[in-house]
Write a new protein. Sequence first.
Length: 468
Amino acid sequence: MKKTFVGRQLRQLRQERNETQTDVARTLGVTPAYINMLENNQRSLSVKMLMALSDAYHLDWKELVRDDSPNLLADVRNVVQDPIFGSEPPDLHELRAAVEHSPRLVNCFVQLYKNHRTAVEKVMRQGEAQNRSDLVAMSPEATIHDFFRNHSNYFHTLEEAAERLRRNEPCGTHDVYATLKKRLQSKHGIAIQTQSVEAMDQTLRIHDRENSLLILSEALDHQNRVFQLIHVICLLEMDDLLNDLTKGSGIRSDAGHARCRVELANYFAAAYLMPYEAFLQKAEKTLYDVDRIAAAFGVSFEQVCHRLTTLQRPGATGVPLFFLRIDKAGNVTKRFNATSFNLAEYGGACPVWNIHTAFRTPGVVLPQFVELPGGEKFFTISRTTDRPVYSRETQNHRLAVALGCEFQYADRIGYASSFNLRDQNLFNPIGINCYLCPRKACSQRAHQPFFVELPIDPNRRGNTRYES
């Protein structure tokens, strides 16, 4: 069994309570030397000591042993790759030591860098400085993304609730809509109506609480109508659970809290429609063939991509994946992450990445191996997904989605099977966006980088006007 070290958590717990190692030792009935060894990770935590800590300090033992250091290490590794920190960033050993011994300081450093990036990007997009509080504040979308990522994009309580609901009213893939419709009527007295696009006034779903009606637009296809029903059931029946989860999100605004509840309800809906164990088995059996998985569960390509990023259950994990969705202008409209990939928040992602090329070949899965400026290597697939079409004006409302994993997992993905994974020329060099990418001699560069001076020689013309 894996040894559990809790030095960082124990030290933080003791400092929050303003206690010494002697105080903690007295409470737990052990020696101060033993507490010192636990805090310095010279001893692993026994089950007996874990129970003693939980009882003495009224803690949830799962929170005590939860280790967020891999995510924090990945974040700080991404941060120090920025050229603003010079040409010799700390090595991996130094970063690990910092995360282990000073996690709160590292968190502050990462947060400071994020605020700096937010300020720079807002200035870039708006052309003039705004008030200081607006510049520094992170958007609710960024906070929600970080909240999901800090949980490895996996929420066990939502999974359990979805499995319990599916178990109480079992049904096959083709009977889900009827089952959910019956539950809304019998348990909540809510009737389902479908109305025309004109009557809905560009709205896809309205829950009319006063008249106990759930009104769906005829623009929704069957897959999305099913999704909307289970989403509403989550909001009706899991209110306390959603409130408990959002309490720790770090979101301050009412609008942000509402947005977070919507995303958690979406998570619940996916967990209900694609039960964890059966979904993981299908994913592994088909080598993560998204179309085959979608057909098996009666869901859409995009819904499968989203669900694949949640396969992080302890003891039953899938390939850690990230998910990104963009519009034709390159704006990021959705993102989820269970990897170290530093996803762009505001769009303007690298044009070398073939998520943009996907718009030229609608419905075709495009595989690609990419390398970030810091040397991290990933395998990605990209494909278009269509929005509801209900008039001539809404034709070609198309988005593109990308799904990716670290290169070490590529051999488990069927889309990579036709490639020679030992080929050193397999990777396309990409960046997050041109403003922050330090790569030189990139033919796709659209902007001068903020923190790197590209060489300009009047006697030489380079690939772009930004360097020669």
